[in-house]
Design a binder for this molecule. Structure first.
Ligand code: CA
Length: 226
C-alpha cells in the first residue's frame, strides 16, 4: 500500500523538490500551497502523513496544526525556518510528531518521515474489517453496509471507527482513544467519546439501542466486535 504524504509548503521550488524526492521514494504526494488548502486536502485526500511548513501565506502553520488536530491524528512533521527551542516546543505541544529546521537535508527529512509513519501503528493490521452489519475498508477509508451502501462519516467518526477497526476484537481504552482523537472538548472527555460512538451506532448498527459491534466496555473503553 502506498503511503500518502501531503506537503503543505508555499515556496514553489521547495514544494517541487519535496514532491520529486518523495515520489522517487514511491510515496504518493499531494501539494498544498496554503494553510486552508492544506486543511482541505487533509480532509478530502486522507494523507498518511503531513509535512507542514510553519510559514504560510494565509494561516500560521501552528493554527493549521491545531485545526488539523481537532479531528485528525495523522502524523505531522513540521518544517520551520524558526530556530529557537520555544518554537519547537510550541509545535510539539500543538501536536507535531517531529520538527525539522530549514535548511535541512532531504535524507534527514526522509528519515523523520519514515520514523513518523512507523510510529503511526502496526502496518500489519487487517486492511478490511468485516462485521455482519458493515464492512470497514481501512485502505480505501470507506465503510459500507452489508447491503453494499456507502455510509458517510464525518472525519472524527471515521477516525474513531478506524482506531477501533485497527484494534478489532480488543478493548481500546478511553484515554488512548482521546489521545488519538485529540478532540476540542477534552474537558468533557467521556461525553465527547459517547457522542461520537452514538453517532457511529446510529449509522452502522441495525439496532443502535442494542449494539452488537460497537461495544462499550464499562469503565474501560470501546471495542469493535466483528
Ligand atoms: Ca514558507
Amino acid at each position: 500500500m502506498t503511503t500518502r504524504v501531503l506537503v503543505v509548503e508555499d515556496e514553489p521550488a521547495l514544494a517541487r523538490a519535496l514532491a520529486v524526492t518523495l515520489r522517487a521514494k514511491r510515496y504518493d504526494v499531494s501539494i498544498a500551497h496554503s494553510g486552508v488548502g492544506g486543511l482541505d486536502a487533509a480532509a478530502t485526500w486522507h494523507p498518511d502523513l503531513v509535512v507542514l511548513d510553519l510559514g504560510l501565506p494565509d494561516l500560521d502553520g501552528l493554527e493549521v496544526l491545531r485545526a488539523l488536530r481537532a479531528w485528525s491524528a495523522v502524523p505531522v512533521v513540521v518544517l520551520s525556518a524558526r530556530q529557537t527551542s520555544d518554537d519547537k516546543v510550541e509545535a510539539l505541544d500543538a501536536g507535531a510528531d517531529d520538527y525539522v529546521t530549514k535548511p535541512f537535508g532531504m535524507d534527514e527529512l526522509l528519515a523523520r518521515i519514515r520514523a513518523a509513519v512507523r510510529r503511526r501503528g502496526p502496518s500489519d493490521s487487517p486492511p478490511v474489517v468485516r462485521t455482519a452489519a458493515f464492512t470497514v475498508d481501512l485502505a480505501a477509508r470507506r465503510v459500507h453496509t452489508a447491503a453494499g451502501d456507502d455510509v458517510r462519516l464525518t472525519p472524527t467518526e471515521w477516525h474513531m471507527l478506524e482506531i477501533l477497526a485497527r484494534n478489532v476484537g480488543k478493548v481500546v481504552g478511553r484515554r488512548e482513544l482521546l489521545q488519538e482523537l485529540r478532540g476540542p472538548h477534552l474537558d468533557r472527555e467521556t461525553h465527547y467519546l459517547r457522542v461520537y460512538l452514538a453517532q457511529l451506532r446510529r449509522k452502522l448498527e441495525p439496532d443502535p439501542a442494542r449494539p452488537r459491534h460497537l461495544i462499550t466496555e464499562a469503565g474501560m473503553g470501546y471495542r469493535l466486535e466483528p
